[in-house]
Design a protein around this ligand. Sequence first.
Ligand SMILES: CCCCCCCCCCCC(=O)SCCNC(=O)CCNC(=O)[C@H](O)C(C)(C)COP(=O)(O)OP(=O)(O)OC[C@H]1O[C@@H](n2cnc3c(N)ncnc32)[C@H](O)[C@@H]1OP(=O)(O)O
Length: 212
Amino acid sequence: FFSKPRDFSLPNSSWGPEMMRLYEHYNSQCEAETEGGGKQKGPWRRIPSYNRSLKRKTSFFCVCFSGGVYLSKLIQSKARLFTRSIKEAGAAFEYVLFDNSDAQKCVGILQAGHLLEGPPGFVHGGAIATMIDTVTGAHAAVLSGPVMTANLNINYRSPIPLGSTVLLESSLDKTEGRKTFVSCQVTSSDGATLHTEATALFVSISVRKILD
Ligand SMILES: CCCCCCCCCCCC(=O)SCCNC(=O)CCNC(=O)[C@H](O)C(C)(C)COP(=O)(O)OP(=O)(O)OC[C@H]1O[C@@H](n2cnc3c(N)ncnc32)[C@H](O)[C@@H]1OP(=O)(O)O
């Protein structure tokens, strides 16, 4: 439990040239050079990704529920984050998320592996929805703290070839009380083809309520 968990958002040998190109494009903007040649924070931030959201929230859970029933119940569970549950690298969801808090944007770079097939040679619509939920959900969580998806509205415009790399771009539309509204576009890695458009509503929740 206390060993360092694997961060799945870092490159692995299954990542192809387009995945690496986009990763390097955003990763290079996570740090900027100062006039004196030093380093400072850039506009983008890579969001680490583990195979359980609990791992990311370990310190939070320790503070809120130290020694409590919730923590032991969750740790003993075999639950895994859906998108990180397939062990073979490159077989399913290979992705990394970057957040730009000034621009209120979040991007996801996805390389869709062979286990995500829907129509022959193309990515399953449910897998696309999963990735839209992941990118917009992470974005809403960065903006508003703990949230649940209340509504996801998707228009599929053109199929995504299996094995290809696509870019998911999430933008904040508005917040209203507990509600965070975001939009998302999925395009080919060069931006030339629009694959999917979506809007999503996230509602802020109390973590204690979920665990109860
Ligand atoms: C960095 C991290 C990485 C993490 C990376 C991983 C990210 C993964 C993200 C995955 C996220 C998920 O899949 S979450 C799993 C899928 N989602 C779910 O299972 C959610 C199931 N639904 C629920 O639990 C509930 O309905 C909630 C929590 C959404 C809302 O319930 P509630 O808390 O009682 O709130 P409620 O009073 O009903 O609604 C609050 C306000 O929202 C509005 N509202 C509620 N639902 C809707 C709706 N479907 N469409 C329109 N509006 C709605 C209400 O009218 C109200 O507006 P007003 O009167 O205030 O104006």
